[in-house]
Design a protein around this ligand. Structure first.
Ligand code: BGC
Length: 388
């Protein structure tokens, strides 16, 4: 039996745009529905969690999980620049209260990739005042977290946002596979936005804030150690360094990346891959956690996302069991890990596609009916035992 520390948080994670449905005022919705859009599938009603969140939360609590990480949508809260919707603040506050009613610890993400259309029109994270705009939004969102919300994630995967912006850059250096190089100015603006949001959140007693980094478990091809380090720093360590001294750092891990002289490589020939095309590699979690602990100089870690896109639910259990065994090793080594959130609670809208199913719970796209998968029950048992 591998026991986890007392009070360890066991949760599942989601984001607003991926589950709520009809997030019509966001930049991503606009991209999805634009004429000639490069986005293959639209989000539409998504999982209708905008209305069905009480059912989602009740299911998670019933499974034995103790926490729920969900996102709020900036484009709903501030639909026009400077106009804050009281009704939407109330909506998200009700989500917090619903968690509390079921004895579930809420973890709130302020930004999970999407921004309001007006923010996008200003240039999004390229805008020189993007950090101030995000800081002001954080202030507007305080009524959601003011009473009894302990955990707040400022920006989800700033390193992935920076890569996305890097790819959109006309002068972007191409990389061999996968991601573009992060856009330096955007990276710096995101770091500034994070600091501003943390300052605002620090005015609320009891709130712990941090950001969540997509760790890459970089593996150097022998002889390419220097190139791998150069590839890794602006993508991962830069963002971990920016988390030094925060209340926590969120670690998100899915797979590993091999790097040679040309950049990142596709998964090795013959490797098992998942529905996102990523290598099946549950050991990525422990690698990401150790790197975060080292680079942040001992900032408490929360695993804010870890999971696998698969239609083979028993394989999800295998993956999670191995990832958790690795996580337990890091705790035994002395890493201060506060919780584990599985990605994702629901089969959700995977940014342009519906086929990569990450959920512990299946969702019928026509009726929105939820069906708990065996992996959800399994994780719930682990949570109840607080042991693997
Ligand atoms: C993101 C999620 C996404 C998941 C799987 C993370 O990068 O935070 O929004 O669905 O990974 O791709």
């Amino acid at each position: 039996m591998r026991s986890f520390p007392p009070g360890f948080l066991w949760g599942a994670a989601t984001s607003g745009h991926q589950i709520e449905g009809n997030n019509v005022n966001s930049d991503y919705w606009q991209r999805e529905y634009a004429a000639g859009s490069e986005v293959p599938e639209v989000s539409g009603d998504a999982c209708d969690s905008f209305h069905r969140y009480p059912e989602d939360i009740e299911l998670l609590a019933g499974l034995g999980l103790t926490s729920y990480r969900f996102g709020v949508e900036w484009s709903r809260i501030e639909p026009e620049r400077g106009h804050v919707s009281v009704a939407m603040l109330d909506h998200y506050r009700r989500m917090v209260e619903c968690c509390q009613a079921y004895g579930i610890t809420p973890m709130v993400t302020l930004n999970h990739f999407t921004v309001p259309r007006w923010m996008d029109a200003l240039g999004g994270w390229h805008h020189r005042d993007a950090a101030e705009l995000f800081g002001r939004f954080t202030e507007s969102a305080l009524p959601i977290v003011r009473d009894g919300v302990e955990w707040v994630c400022t920006i989800n995967e700033p390193n992935i946002i920076a890569c996305r912006e890097g790819a959109a850059d006309p002068g972007a250096e191409p990389v061999a596979y996968g991601m573009a190089r992060p856009h330096r100015k955007v990276s710096a603006e995101l770091a500034r936005a994070h600091r501003m949001a943390r300052e605002v959140l620090a005015t609320v007693p009891g709130v712990r804030s941090g950001w969540t980094v997509a760790t890459q478990a970089i593996h150097a091809v022998p002889g390419c150690e220097e190139q791998a380090a150069e590839y890794s720093y602006p993508l991962e360590e830069y963002f971990l360094e920016a988390a030094r001294g925060d209340d926590f750092v969120g670690v998100q891990a899915y797979t590993r990346t091999f790097v040679d002289r040309t950049g990142a490589l596709p998964p090795p020939a013959g490797a098992e891959t998942t529905l996102t095309g990523w290598e099946y590699f549950p050991q990525a979690l422990a690698i990401g956690v150790r790197n975060a602990w080292k680079v942040t100089a001992g900032t408490p870690v929360v695993v804010t996302e870890n999971g696998i896109a698969t239609a083979d639910d028993p394989r999800r259990i295998d993956y999670t069991r191995d990832a958790l065994a690795g996580l337990h090793d890091t705790i035994a080594e002395g890493v201060d890990v506060r919780g584990y959130y599985h990605w994702s609670a629901l089969d959700n809208y995977e940014w342009g596609r519906w086929s990569p199913t990450f959920g512990l719970i299946a969702v019928d796209r026509a009726t929105f009916q939820r069906t708990v998968k065996p992996s959800a029950k399994w994780l719930g048992e682990v949570a109840r035992a607080n042991a693997l």
